[in-house]
Design a protein. Structure first.
Length: 487
């Protein structure tokens, strides 16, 4: 709850920047597209800089013989490697800018390298907070950092442009510099804030390096690099592919990326929940593996997970005329991608649940193969269809990518580590949710009345929730809070 709610709160506060940036007169659609391209590249670099050591930290910290050395060994490894990677990237940053289409704004690449490096430095200290059950500090740092980001974003975008040329801000603000640079600068200041408040965790690092343990962690985590890289390719790389393969001028391509990036934000509820679930589930699943019959727990978690994300899917698609207000009017032409992306992210969340089989059985290479298969689907569909269908191709590529990963993981996982998932019932729950979406779409297409649209949505989502409660009444009765009302 602590980790989940703090992650949801932090990311939700961060999402408040979406309406601010998309409504701002200082940021054009193409500028927002440039921002989307940068934030598509940063997570991929994050995977390279941390190379799966967070998951390896959770996996090996459970062993008593590693207790005194795992934190320092993990932290020192990432710190030194991050310094090396940063220097290499700094050397080749002009070429990197050409690859992603932002060679004309070198500051964007340089600031991004610093952001990634500081993120990597903080990775193991954050993992330690989660492992040692210190959620309050974890929550404070996450939420506090986001608030710092929001403040400086407003400062650079909302305050500085209105000041006179000879005012006090002229010492560090230049209106001739692209606005995206200052948005990234706010992110860098957030990272510096977090780094400084993690000082006590960094002081706990000792120059004691357990070579034996490090080798074990590397062997375990190397396949996770492929998993992580493939995951980020599937999640964010479509912005870069849209920029590369869409016909038209650079400004047009940037604007199309901006529209797609803004509409992607409307999957906020599901993406927030999945991120929060992932943060809390990984250490939870590993701890459950030490008990008796953990498979039953995993199956039960999956059931509640599917129910929750199915309801969230309906909350967004049935009330899309309200959710669209989060983004500026000039971005709403791309709203057709939202239901597709919501379903795709539902598949991704289910995949995260299913992936426990190869992490527990130390078959992380299987996860790498699954993710690489998903990446191949992403590349194939985008390369083939982006020139013809633009960002709609990106949405469908994400859908088929995550859907295939979910199916592959389920089939292989049931052979290697069988979990009694009630998969037929779960598929039915999702299918009914999609059917209700089409019913709502058909009914509301007859009239453009907003009140009718919302009222119909309320009726359908209420019917769905009552249906779920009736079907799973015994399951919900076991829950302390809900069970009182169902008895």
């Amino acid at each position: 709850m602590w980790y989940g709610l703090s992650s949801i709160a932090a990311r939700f506060i961060n999402y408040l920047l979406t309406p601010y940036l998309t409504y701002s007169s200082h940021i054009g659609v193409s500028d927002y597209g440039k921002l989307g391209i940068i934030y598509a590249a940063i997570p991929i670099l994050n995977i390279l800089f941390t190379y799966g050591f967070e998951t390896a930290y959770f996996r090996f910290s459970a062993k008593p013989e590693n207790k005194n050395s795992i934190y320092s060994t993990s932290a020192l490894s990432i710190i030194f490697s991050s310094i090396i990677f940063s220097c290499l990237l700094w050397t080749v940053h002009p070429s990197l800018g050409k690859v992603i289409g932002l060679a004309d704004i070198p500051y964007l690449i340089q600031i991004s390298i610093l952001i990634v490096a500081i993120d990597a430095f903080c990775a193991i200290p954050f993992a330690r907070l989660r492992q040692e059950n210190r959620p309050r500090k974890y929550a404070f740092l996450k939420i506090g950092g986001i608030l710092v980001n929001i403040f400086f974003t407003w400062f650079f975008i909302g305050y500085c442009p209105g000041q006179k040329a000879n005012s006090w801000v002229s010492g560090f603000y230049n209106p001739a510099i692209n606005v995206v640079v200052y948005i990234l600068m706010a992110n860098l200041l957030q990272n510096i804030f977090t780094f400084l408040l993690l000082a006590s965790e960094f002081k706990s690092i000792r120059f004691k390096f357990n070579t034996r343990l490090w080798k074990q962690m590397v062997l375990y985590s190397l396949p996770l690099i492929l998993v992580g890289m493939g995951g980020m390719v599937n999640e964010t790389f479509d912005r870069l592919m849209l920029r590369w393969w869409l016909p038209g001028s650079p400004d047009f391509r940037d604007s199309q990326v901006g529209i797609y990036n803004a509409c992607y934000k409307l999957s906020i509820l599901i993406t927030l929940f999945i991120q929060a679930f992932k943060m809390g589930a990984e250490p939870f699943f590993f701890k459950q593996a030490e008990g008796a019959n953990p498979q039953r727990t995993y199956a039960r978690v999956m059931k509640f997970f599917v129910i929750i994300i199915s309801v969230m899917f309906l909350v967004v698609v049935l009330f899309l005329p309200l959710w669209q207000l989060i983004i500026g009017p000039k971005y709403r032409v791309g709203l057709g991608v939202v239901p597709i992306l919501l379903l795709a992210n539902m598949f991704l969340g289910i995949y995260y649940n299913l992936s426990i089989w190869f992490k527990l059985s130390n078959k992380t290479m299987a996860g790498a193969y699954i993710t690489l298969a998903g990446s191949a689907i992403t590349f194939l569909i985008n390369f083939t269809l982006i020139p013809h269908f633009g960002y709609m191709a990106c949405a469908w590529a994400t859908f088929f990518c995550y859907g295939s990963m979910m199916v592959f993981s389920f089939v292989l996982g049931q052979k290697a580590y069988r979990v009694p998932y009630a998969w037929k019932k779960l598929v039915a729950f999702m299918a009914i949710a999609v059917m209700l979406f089409f019913i709502h779409k058909g009914l509301t297409s007859l009239t453009g009345n907003l009140v009718f649209n919302v009222a119909t949505g309320l009726v359908l989502i209420s019917a769905y929730c009552l249906f779920i409660l009736k079907v799973e009444k015994q399951e919900f009765q076991k829950l302390p809070v809900i069970g009182k009302f169902l008895k």
